[in-house]
Design a protein around this ligand. Sequence first.
Ligand code: SF4
Length: 122
Amino acid sequence: MSKIEDVDIIIGTDNKSKILDYINEYRLTNKKLNKVKNIMTVREFEEMEIDHYQDKTRAFLKIQDGCDRFCSYCLIPFARGPVRSKRFETIIEEVKNLLKMVIRKLYYQEYMLLHMGKTLAM
Ligand code: SF4
């Protein structure tokens, strides 16, 4: 993909919160960036706090990422990496903040809810 002329920045499924930094880096250096790393080595849930929700009554809150099951037909474990969970304290804080933003319905977003908290010290 990096050989495609019009592709300037390549990122993986990790470090999505750094997209603006990558764009700024590209603007400053004018050099193509490849920020893809081995997702299988990622162990921390990437915190991306929601600080603004406009004109919505429903919100999505991602609380878990990755999968360790490796079902034969599925690429999720290879694309998303191992199971990682958002910290419970952070979930509670974000739910409180979303409720302040007049959110009436909240959806928890995850791949493997049964694995929620697996990577956290309980
Ligand atoms: S995401 Fe679901 S289907 Fe895919 S490997 Fe995990 S358990 Fe299997």
